[in-house]
Design a binder for this molecule. Structure first.
Ligand SMILES: [Zn+2]
Length: 262
């Protein structure tokens, strides 16, 4: 008996490997193909209104982050998103791409959407047409070099582009429907409150991964909304879920709401 115990101990104490193997991220949480499954034994004990409410979940929403990537804030955000099984969309500034390619590759590998936020964050509304094309194209090239082929939707800086210049854009353009003005508040609690007071299913929320307070706020927003039956998907997924085919050169506040460009 003593011999058997010693053998068992020896097996248990054997080092499995000299170094830990990298763990492939579990992307199954991003599956948006169906509704939440709620066991019948739970549904059976609920009143009609609560039951209907639960069956409607999850409520889908898209978090979007502008002006990154930034090494010390975006990496922490990606860690938090992965932990929570939440997807997001990053509208990236071309100038920020060099030296941050690893962050971009991580975004793509972990199921996030990458978009274009121009090369140098210009006001497209006032820019010469050649410059509009160049600002978008230059960023597209950098993104392709970093992560490979893709359709990098545009978020015009400040949400401004104008009718004439929007005709030059060959992808859908994304505005937002919830703006907590995180860049101005720079306060986690206030940003969380502003988003929670306004958010509805189908919304596109504007944040900036450039600010540490915004990263903190985003992670708390996810925790609070997930507890309320929300699921976080990319903008592209939000369109697919709502059955909307996005059109190039059109600026959307949400998949079901086009923003007029003047
Ligand atoms: Zn911006």
């Amino acid at each position: 008996m003593k011999k058997i115990i010693c053998m068992l101990l020896a097996v248990m104490l054997l080092p499995v490997s000299a170094c830990a193997q990298p763990v492939e991220p579990d992307l199954s949480a991003y599956d948006t193909s169906g509704k939440a499954e709620i066991p019948m034994e739970i549904l059976g004990g609920l009143d009609q209104a609560t039951r209907e409410d639960l069956l409607e979940e999850p409520k889908y929403v898209a978090l979007t982050f502008d002006d990154g990537p930034r090494a010390d804030t975006t990496g922490r955000l990606l860690d938090g998103l992965l932990e929570r099984g939440a997807a997001a969309t990053f509208f990236v500034i071309g100038e920020q791409v060099p030296c941050n390619e690893d962050l971009l590759r991580r975004m793509r590998a972990e199921g996030h959407q990458i978009g274009n936020h121009t090369y140098s964050h210009v006001r497209l509304l006032k820019a010469e047409k050649d410059m509009v094309v160049e600002e978008v194209h230059k960023t597209e090239v950098l993104l392709k070099e970093a992560v490979g082929e893709g359709d990098f939707w545009l978020r015009p800086p400040y949400g401004l582009i104008g009718c004439e210049r929007s005709k030059l854009i060959k992808t859908p353009m994304i505005y937002w429907s919830v703006d907590p003005q995180d860049w101005k508040l720079l306060d986690k609690g206030k940003v969380v409150d502003a988003v929670l007071a306004a958010v509805q299913p189908g919304d596109i929320i504007l944040l900036h991964d450039f600010y540490s307070t915004s990263v903190d706020a985003a992670l708390e927003i996810i925790d609070r909304l997930q507890a309320d039956g929300y699921a976080f998907v990319t903008v592209e997924e939000l369109f697919r879920i709502q059955g909307v085919e996005p059109q190039e050169g059109t600026l959307y506040a949400r998949p079901d709401r086009v923003r007029e460009v003047k």
